[in-house]
Design a protein around this ligand. Structure first.
Ligand code: PLP
Length: 398
């Protein structure tokens, strides 16, 4: 048996240590930032929350930012603030994590899936109009892998039809659309701080917005629907008094978590530069492989490169994606797949969504493979992945 076939048959893999597809990068400054809060008076609802929100507003160019316990809670709050309720339809993409559509269901609304563009894998803005009905209330575009969706066209359609735009920018912190940072284009924008995302707070999320009315609703929704603002309370019995005016949740984040966020945010630009360098190396090393299709980059956007997703040309291989995936795992390369189209999840099937709604997303799902990408990797790690991929592809090539 040749050396090249060894791991595929259970022998020596190209890497000794397992390389995950994504992982946080923390340093001593991050740890000290958290320790400082632990020694302070406020573990939650303290001054670090406002500091983090201000930092995020400054970064994105938005007027306001409201932090939440996680990105999904932030999306839920945005759907509430947008007024989404029973019988409302919300247009989104199926090529995303389930949370982008679940947030609509939380409010009793109905997600409507529009197929993806074959080149960018983002929602195909040309197909949005045909899905608009008198019940349509909002559009939730997702900046898949960090490459911004077609925001000019999406905003134009939204304005013409009085729709609210909530951007799911969980992949796109620091990304640019036509020289504008993601976070101040749509009516509200959500970022997530889960450990695989660009920066982390353990769990955490935020909504950025330029609109004061959304901002006020988000703040109140985060704390049970409670307010202490004298000018909007129905009554005022004294200094202890507060009112719960609608059904909100406890979606607060702690100062402990955002202390990590404040410190991590200082390193965002370095993290993104590192991601870009790693991607350039992948692109260079993989450009001549006929069996894969590399991600396409639009000239007028700057991806923040959350994920490196390539497509396998299955017609040129003797096996399916599953076998390629398993062979790479045996090489200790933590490949992944993003995503099963949301409406193919069993729960969505029980809601009546059927196979075939978005054929491009469904076909892409069969071919997608996510390679490891995070700022803690070095060029040697990328070369390990490249060697592993070439070895496996060579073995299974037609
Ligand atoms: C991570 C993610 C979310 C949810 O964020 P959480 O902080 O994990 O709740 C939503 N949408 C997309 C596209 C994501 O990747």
């Amino acid at each position: 048996m040749s050396d090249e076939q060894l791991a595929i048959h259970g022998g020596k893999p190209v890497r000794n240590a397992y390389l995950p597809y994504g992982k946080q990068v923390l340093d001593e400054d991050d740890i000290q930032s958290v320790v400082q809060v632990l020694k302070s008076d406020y573990l939650t609802t303290g001054p670090v929350i406002q500091q983090f929100e201000q930092d995020m507003a400054n970064l994105t160019g938005a007027k306001y930012a409201v932090a939440f316990s996680n990105g999904t809670a932030a999306l839920h709050a945005a759907c509430f603030a947008a007024g989404i309720s029973e019988d409302d339809e919300v247009i989104t993409t199926p090529m995303t994590f389930a949370a982008s559509a679940n947030c609509v269901l939380y409010q009793g609304g109905k997600p409507v899936f529009v197929d993806i563009h074959p080149d960018t894998y983002n929602i195909n803005s040309m197909s949005i109009k045909e899905k608009i009905t008198k019940h349509t209330k909002a559009i939730i575009p997702v900046h898949f892998t960090g490459q911004p969706a077609d925001m000019d066209e999406i905003m134009k359609i939204a304005r013409e039809n009085q729709l609210i735009v909530i951007e799911d920018a969980a992949h796109a912190l620091g990304a640019m659309y036509k020289n504008q940072k993601i976070g101040s284009i749509g009516d509200m924008t959500m970022f997530s701080f889960h450990p695989v995302k660009h920066i982390t707070t353990g769990e955490g999320g935020i909504i950025t917005t330029n609109q004061e009315d959304f901002y006020k609703k988000l703040i109140q929704f985060r704390t049970h629907g409670i307010t202490r603002e004298p000018n909007i309370m129905r009554e005022n019995h004294g200094p202890w008094y507060y009112e719960m005016q609608f059904l909100g949740y406890n979606y607060r984040i702690t100062d402990i978590q955002v202390a990590l966020g404040v410190s991590q945010l200082k390193k965002l630009e370095t993290f993104i530069q590192k991601r870009k360098q790693l991607v350039e190396l992948y692109m260079e090393e993989l450009k001549n492989m006929d069996e894969i299709e590399l991600p396409k980059q639009l000239p007028y956007v700057e991806s923040s490169w959350h994920l490196f997703v390539l497509k396998l040309q299955l017609s040129k291989l003797t096996v399916g994606r599953k076998e390629i995936f398993e062979a790479l795992q045996k090489e200790n390369i933590g490949v992944n797949v993003h995503y099963l189209p949301v409406y193919l999840h069993p729960y969505y099937q029980t809601l009546g969504f059927t196979k075939g709604i978005c054929p491009i997303a469904e076909k892409s799902y069969e071919e997608f493979l996510t390679l490891p990408l995070f700022p803690g990797m070095d060029e040697g790690d990328v070369m390990d992945v490249v060697r592993g991929l070439k070895k496996v592809i060579k073995y299974y090539r037609k």
